[in-house]
Design a binder for this molecule. Sequence first.
Ligand SMILES: *[C@@H]1O[C@H](CO)[C@@H](O)[C@H](O)[C@H]1NC(C)=O
Ligand SMILES: *[C@@H]1O[C@H](CO)[C@@H](O)[C@H](O)[C@H]1NC(C)=O
Ligand SMILES: *[C@@H]1O[C@H](CO)[C@@H](O)[C@H](O)[C@H]1NC(C)=O
Ligand SMILES: *[C@@H]1O[C@H](CO)[C@@H](O)[C@H](O)[C@H]1NC(C)=O
Ligand SMILES: *[C@@H]1O[C@H](CO)[C@@H](O)[C@H](O)[C@H]1NC(C)=O
Length: 326
Amino acid sequence: MGLIIIYEALMYLLVLLFNCAAAQVSDPSVLNCSTPNIVWPGSDVILPCRLQPPLSAESMRVEWTRPDLEPEFIHVYQDGRFLYELQNPHYTYRTSLFVDQLPNGDVSLKLSRVTQSDAGTYRCSLPSVQQEASVQLSVVSEVIGSDQAVQAVVGDDVILPCHMEPPVDVTTLTVEWTTRNGAVVHKFESRKDNTDIQNDTFKGRTSLFHDEMHKGNISLKLINVTLTDAGNYTCFVRKLIQQKKDNVGLFVDSKDKKGRDDDSKASSTVPTGPTNPPALTACHITLIVAAVVILIAGVVAGLVWWTRQRNRRQNQAEAPENIPMM
Ligand SMILES: *[C@@H]1O[C@H](CO)[C@@H](O)[C@H](O)[C@H]1NC(C)=O
Ligand SMILES: *[C@@H]1O[C@H](CO)[C@@H](O)[C@H](O)[C@H]1NC(C)=O
Ligand SMILES: *[C@@H]1O[C@H](CO)[C@@H](O)[C@H](O)[C@H]1NC(C)=O
Ligand SMILES: *[C@@H]1O[C@H](CO)[C@@H](O)[C@H](O)[C@H]1NC(C)=O
Ligand SMILES: *[C@@H]1O[C@H](CO)[C@@H](O)[C@H](O)[C@H]1NC(C)=O
């Protein structure tokens, strides 16, 4: 009986093992890319793409292209080398793959000394596994205020115009408006308005057009204008030590104007990515359970066998006494 239990359990385990192997084969790797944060001209950026679950791309052809360019090839890697002869000249000496990470399925592209014209859609293709994905690269553009002062009378609501040219999504950046003497008129950072550091004179009177910011509109709305509001305002876009700015004048009923410019603070948004520990699949859990069951079945079977053997030995030992003498 014990042997039969062990035998059945073994067969069960074999079937499971086979299913697990089959599941692994039928679960192909997918090219997974993510969009990098908006970058500043002159800096380096990584366009992140990897095969998940990891599959070595070492011996694959890796193609990075920009379909809107001619030639479209940004970086092509094949047979262990970079095919520079295909590369669009605009990207000469500015691209690289993390070759030592290819065995882990990481086919991310590093792009150095980014310019405004690098902004666009990049495509990563791995023809051998029929995988393809796109990444959007946004580059910080110029901040444009207004040459013409905004005219208002006391009590008016005004919009001080300022925008990014070309348009770029600024919702992940720090946007700040200051007066010429450095007072904070309005600050937006970490995707929300920060009223804590706002100058009291402007509390409750300012707002940005949040639903326009992804189009690079950073115009400021100032309500109930007073005579002391008149002067020059500066709009900034910042990240770390880098910043862009421009000015807008506000002219209220022909009155006083003020001081000087002052650039100081720095701010940044830090990308956070969740890192998951390797997950135990249902398959693995079933296998572990099966192994435990078999172990227990084996121990039980062993005990049964051992008890029977002992009983038999006892019976045999008793037998001679029971057998009547002929
Ligand atoms: C792609 O990667 C992201 C983060 O690394 C993850 O949340 C997502 O589930 C992945 N998608 C696939 C299809 O693996
Ligand atoms: C607010 O701004 C006004 C004038 O612009 C200035 O006199 C005042 O010191 C500022 N207050 C703070 C807390 O910066
Ligand atoms: C920004 O948004 C405001 C409010 O919708 C609008 O008046 C202004 O024209 C916009 N500026 C630009 C450059 O789109
Ligand atoms: C506008 O500001 C003045 C003082 O600067 C205040 O008396 C008035 O109530 C304000 N109006 C509104 C609509 O907030
Ligand atoms: C305000 O800015 C304008 C140009 O944008 C400039 O001509 C003017 O002198 C500035 N005024 C002050 C007080 O800085």
